[in-house]
Design a binder for this molecule. Structure first.
Ligand code: GDP
Ligand code: MG
Length: 441
C-alpha cells in the first residue's frame, strides 16, 4: 500500500459511508500498488472491477469503517484470486504417476523437479524416478542427474542425441518395470515461446498422459508473465503452477496474473535454490505480500491509535487515586470499548481472515447500541452522572423520556454501570489499563 492509500483510508475513517468518488480514489491507489507488484495490466483491470463492485455493495456502505472494509475486501479478493487453499501434488493414477514440468528456460524446472522428488520421498514416502528431456543443452541433463542424487531419488539416463519422446517412453517403461510410484519429467526450457518446442512438449504430454502438468514460473517475471502463461495454457492442460524464486525481493504479482490466466491452482512456491526450498503455496500470505503486508499492519495500527488512549489513561489514574468511577467515566468507557472491540476482532485474524471477520462484526449494531447508551447518559443531569445512586424511579422515567427509550433500558444501563464499578474497585488502576489493552488486541 502506498502512503497515499493509507492516508485515504485514514481520511475515510471519519466518513460515514463509502461513496463512488472516494472508492475511486482508493482503487486508483490499489491499482498502482498492484502494478508496482508487477501484476499484468489486464489482470489488474479485471481485479479492480471486481473489488469495486463489492465495495459499492451494501456491506461496505453500511459499515462503520469503510476504509478498513475496503482494504479487507481488496486483501480477500486477492487471496481468492490466487487460490482457494492448499493443494498438494495429485498422485491419483495407476503408478507410476507422471508429472510433467513445463516452463520457460531458467524458470526453475530442473531445480523444482529435484525439490518435488525430495518432497514426495520425504513427505509422501514415494519411490521417485526423474528423467530429463532437455536434449538441447548437455549440461541440463547433467544438472538433473546431480540434483536428483541430492534429493535421494533415482535418475534415468538420457543423452543429447536422443529424441525427447523416446527418452520419455524409455523412462516410463523403466519406471513401470521397477515399480516407481512417481516419474518426474523435466523438459527443455524455452527462451521465449517457440512453436517447435511447444509441439514437442505437447507430444510428450500425449505419450505420457501425466496426472500433473506443472507450469513452473519465475515470480520475478513481470508484465510478461501473462503472455507466457497464455501460451502454455493453450498448449497444455495445466494442472498446477509452481511459483519459483519467491525468496527474491519481488512482490510476486506474477502469481495473480498466472493464476488468473491459466485457472490452474498455484501449488508450490520456490523459496531458495536449495532442495528444501519448496513450500506449499499460501494464497492468504501471498496476498499480503503483493499488497505490501507491513503496510496493512501499519494501517491497522493507525486506526488503533484512533482509540483515545489518553482518556483511558486519565480514567485509570482516576480510579487509582480513589476519586471514584461515575457515569461520565462509564460513558467514555463504553464508547472506547466498542471501538476497540470492533477493531480487535479485525486485528485478531489479520491478515488471514480479515474480511470474514469484518463481515461477522455487526458494526452498525454496535454503533447503534453505543449511541443509545450515550443518549441515556446524556439525558441525566451532571449531578446524577456523578452520583448515580440518586437515580430512583421518577428520575429514571424522566431520563428514559429524554433519551426516547424504555425505563428498562435505563435500568439495564445502570446495572451494567454497577457491574463495571464493582470490577473497577477490585481491579484498581493498573488492572484497568491491562484489561483495556487486552480488549484492544
Ligand atoms: P530451468 O531452466 O527451468 O530448468 O531452471 P533451473 O532449475 O536450472 O533454475 C534456474 C536458476 O534459478 C538456477 O540458478 C536455480 O538455482 C535458480 N532457482 C530455481 N528455483 C529457485 C528458487 O526458488 N529460488 C532461488 N533463489 N533460485 C532458484
Ligand atoms: Mg532445466
Amino acid at each position: 500500500l502506498t502512503e497515499k492509500l493509507s492516508r485515504l483510508v485514514k481520511e475515510m475513517r471519519g466518513q460515514a459511508r463509502i461513496t463512488e468518488s472516494n472508492v475511486q480514489d482508493m482503487l486508483r491507489e490499489v491499482r498502482m500498488a498492484l502494478l508496482e507488484a508487477d501484476v499484468a495490466l489486464p489482470v489488474v483491470r479485471d481485479f479492480i472491477a471486481r473489488v469495486k463492485e463489492k465495495a459499492l455493495g451494501q456491506e461496505v456502505l453500511s459499515s462503520l469503517q469503510p476504509g478498513q472494509v475496503l482494504v479487507s475486501i481488496v486483501n480477500a479478493e486477492l487471496a481468492a484470486t490466487m487460490g482457494e487453499g492448499v493443494s498438494d501434488i495429485n498422485l491419483n493414477a495407476q503408478p507410476p504417476a507422471v508429472i510433467l514440468m513445463a516452463g520457460l528456460q531458467g524458470a526453475g524446472k530442473t531445480t523444482t523437479t529435484a525439490k518435488l522428488a525430495k518432497h514426495l520421498i520425504e513427505k509422501r514416502k514415494k519411490k521417485v524416478l526423474t528423467v530429463s528431456g532437455d536434449v538441447y543443452r548437455p549440461a541440463a541433463i547433467e544438472q538433473l542427474k546431480t540434483v536428483t542424487a541430492q534429493a535421494g531419488a533415482e535418475w534415468f539416463p538420457s543423452t543429447p542425441d536422443q529424441k525427447p519422446l523416446d527418452i520419455a517412453r524409455g523412462a516410463l517403461d523403466y519406471a513401470k518395470r521397477h515399480f516407481f510410484d512417481v516419474l518426474l519429467v523435466d523438459t527443455a526450457g524455452r527462451l521465449a515461446i517457440d512453436e517447435a518446442l511447444m509441439r514437442e512438449i505437447q507430444e510428450l504430454h500425449g505419450a505420457l498422459k501425466p496426472v500433473e502438468t506443472l507450469f513452473v514460473v519465475d515470480a520475478m517475471q513481470g508484465q510478461d508473465a501473462i503472455n507466457t502463461a497464455k501460451a502454455f495454457k493453450e498448449a497444455l492442460p495445466l494442472t498446477g503452477i509452481v511459483l519459483t524464486k519467491l525468496d527474491g525481493d519481488s512482490r510476486g504479482g506474477a502469481a495473480l496474473s498466472v493464476r488468473q490466466i491459466t485457472g490452474a491452482p498455484i501449488k508450490f512456491a520456490g523459496v531458495s535454490e536449495k532442495l528444501d526450498g519448496l513450500e506449499v503455496f499460501d494464497a492468504q500470505r501471498h496476498a499480503g505480500r503483493v499488497l505490501g503486508m507491513g503496510d496493512i499492519v501499519a494501517l491497522v495500527e493507525q486506526v488503533t491509535a484512533g482509540v483515545d488512549m489518553e482518556a483511558a489513561q486519565r480514567l485509570a489514574a482516576k480510579v487509582k487515586s480513589g476519586d471514584g468511577f461515575d457515569l461520565n467515566d462509564f460513558l467514555g468507557q463504553i464508547q472506547q470499548m466498542k471501538q476497540m472491540g470492533g477493531l480487535s476482532s479485525l486485528m485478531d485474524k489479520l491478515p488471514s481472515q480479515l474480511t470474514a471477520k469484518a463481515g461477522q462484526v455487526d458494526m452498525d449494531k454496535a454503533e447503534r447500541e453505543v449511541r443509545r447508551k450515550e443518549g441515556i447518559i446524556c439525558s441525566m443531569t451532571a449531578k446524577e452522572r456523578a452520583k448515580p445512586e440518586l437515580i430512583k424511579a421518577t428520575r429514571k422515567k424522566r431520563i428514559a423520556m429524554g433519551a426516547g427509550v424504555q425505563v428498562q433500558e435505563v435500568n439495564r444501563l445502570l446495572k451494567e454501570f454497577e457491574q463495571m464499578q464493582d470490577m473497577m474497585k477490585k481491579m484498581k488502576g493498573g488492572g484497568l489499563m491491562k484489561m483495556m489493552k487486552r480488549m484492544g488486541g
